[in-house]
Design a protein around this ligand. Structure first.
Ligand code: G4P
Length: 530
């Protein structure tokens, strides 16, 4: 099977994407409007309200509330025109890059939201870099045009220079701040006007025949119209026209201007994602490339979330379907354990609530409730042995030891830690000598999140403390040699949550010493997921 085989219409209409943004740029508001236009919610304001409800249900979002940051990712599906959108929510804080990175392996495109007054901010840049590593196509939404924004050319230049990507305007703003009227739709030669009276209403678009159409004069005051005509003429001369191939390879981004809170520009953006795509993309596996149009169902776990519903203590593995047409009740091979799994109660995350998924197609994200068998990076297939390679493993960069404030709770703590390790929220090491655990994470804030979740979900107050170690290395090599090294270095040895041997140290010197004294032993900073 090659790329040339046509996609079944059900797959071709799918758009699986994430929103990346610096905190406060308007990601939540935009998400809400997507859902509103996707018919998934009736009234704006529900995402937050819903968020609250979800928090009380699962509780572990207390930290999210306290700090105003978004910690966990979820996926939501909705229809818009002929398209099925799957929106995968990315955690917003920079400390969660590991989680974010994995989330971005599950999508085919990213919407980058920037604040029209602030332009490219630090977090936008970081997230953009992650997208670039994967050559993800990026659609840009310049938000908050109802406030005083920067000059349009300046915004575009900043994106081009800062992110080294060509920007092609899909719409052009008319005025900004209190003067903001709406946009000229450069792709369809239409005038889109903002309805200031009702934030959730979208004004009818005005069909016009180009910028010389006298009809424009009835809608746009003379001074703004003169400016618009001049700027659009300049933009068309100086900026590249939208080229779908360049967008798909990630070297050009179309930009729409709007105001999410006023529902303005959102439909045009959604139309753009629908029209320009991309549709579900082939996924790399160690053995071969998997094409979405293949008949057999395959998919991979990119996220595991525990305690979504504390009453059930379940875990949900989020699976991105890479190929085929999935039907509920299917028996799939869990490649890592080589065991069949009947997928009897998969869930699709419709914005309104979780819902049983009777069927799903390549590109969709389904949740599979399970008791811990499914881990990040795992593949599900109809029998073929496949290892998807897109999911990276990260080296834990910060180590701390953790202790239950009540020593009687040590056993419970172990259980909680193991569970978070399975979720991919941390690496957990049990030192060969002494008691207690060492936890390794990528960003410092993860310690706070863990402490909060352990307390809320397991009722165990814990303390994280600096550890005597700063680096962890997974040990590989011939068994005898590894055993010899382990026996001679007990004070440096720990076992990770999968039972694998790890060498802990604070000095590069120790690592060099082991490599020198035990030729054949390998110490690696990351552990492959499979
Ligand atoms: P985030 O998820 O990216 O962090 O951003 P969020 O949507 O929460 O938006 C951040 C703030 O910006 C919110 O204001 C939101 O109302 C506002 N906002 C979003 N889109 C627009 C827009 O198009 N125009 C204007 N003027 N503001 C916008 P807040 O005061 O922090 O919260 P709230 O009181 O409105 O809930």
């Amino acid at each position: 099977m090659t790329n040339a085989a046509p996609l079944p219409p059900e797959i071709a209409r799918r758009r699986t994407f994430a929103i990346i943004a610096h905190p406060d740029a308007g990601k939540t508001t935009l998400t809400e409007k997507f859902l509103l236009f996707g018919g998934a919610i009736q009234m704006a304001g529900q995402v937050r309200a819903k968020g609250e409800a979800r928090r009380t249900r699962s509780d572990f979002m207390k930290l999210e509330q306290d700090r105003g940051i978004s910690v966990s990712a979820s996926a939501m599906s909705f229809d818009f025109r002929e398209y099925r959108f799957n929106l995968v929510d990315t955690p917003g804080h920079s400390d969660f890059s590991e989680d974010t990175y994995r989330t971005l392996t599950a999508v085919d495109t990213a919407v980058m939201v920037i604040d029209g007054a602030k332009g490219v901010e630090s977090q936008t840049r970081k997230l953009f870099e992650v997208c670039r590593l994967r050559d993800l196509p990026i659609v840009t939404f310049c938000n908050k045009m109802d406030r005083e924004a920067r000059d349009t050319f300046e915004i575009i230049d900043e994106i081009q220079e800062n992110l080294a990507i060509d920007v092609s305007p899909a719409s052009w703003p008319i005025g900004s701040g209190r003067e903001f009227l709406g946009c000229y739709d450069l792709l369809n030669d239409r005038l889109e006007l903002m309805d200031r009276a009702d934030r959730n209403r979208v004004a009818e678009s005005v069909e016009i025949r180009g910028l010389d159409d006298p009809l424009l004069e009835t809608h746009v005051p003379a001074d703004l119209l003169a400016k618009l005509r001049e700027e659009v003429a300049m933009a068309r001369e100086l900026l590249p026209a939208l080229d779908r191939d360049r967008f798909l390879e990630g070297s050009m981004t179309p930009i729409w201007f709007g105001s999410a809170i006023n529902s303005f520009g959102v439909k045009e953006l959604m139309d753009g994602i629908g029209k320009y795509g991309p549709e579900p993309q082939p996924q790399p596996a160690a053995e071969r490339i998997v094409y979405p149009q293949e008949k057999a169902v395959t998919g991979f776990v990119f996220k595991v979330q525990a305690n979504m519903d504390p009453k059930h203590r379940d875990r949900v593995a989020f699976v991105r379907l890479a190929s085929g047409h999935f039907e509920r009740g299917m028996k799939l091979l869990h490649v890592r354990s080589k065991k069949p799994m009947s997928i009897t109660s998969p869930v699709l995350f419709l914005a309104s609530d979780r819902e049983l998924a009777e069927e799903a197609w390549a590109g969709d994200i389904i949740g599979i409730p399970n008791h811990g068998q499914l881990r990040i990076g795992d593949a599900l297939t109809e029998g073929e042995v496949l290892r998807f390679t897109g999911i990276p493993s990260f080296a834990p960069e910060l180590l701390q030891s953790v202790r239950a404030t009540d020593p009687m709770k040590a056993k419970h703590l172990e259980k909680a830690l193991m569970q978070f390790a399975e979720e991919g929220a941390a690496k957990v090491f049990k030192p060969a000598i002494g008691s207690g655990f060492i936890v390794g994470v990528v960003g410092a804030l993860q310690f706070d999140v863990l402490a909060s979740r352990i307390e809320i979900e397991y009722g165990i107050p814990v303390r994280f403390e600096p550890s005597q170690f700063t680096s962890a290395r997974w040990v590989q090599g011939p068994r005898d040699l590894v055993e010899k090294m382990v026996n001679a270095n007990k004070q440096h040895i720990a076992i990770d949550n999968d039972g694998d041997t790890v060498f802990l140290t604070r000095l590069q010197w120790d690592i060099d010493r082991v490599l020198r004294d035990y030729e054949g032993v390998k110490l690696s900073a990351t552990k492959e997921m499979l």
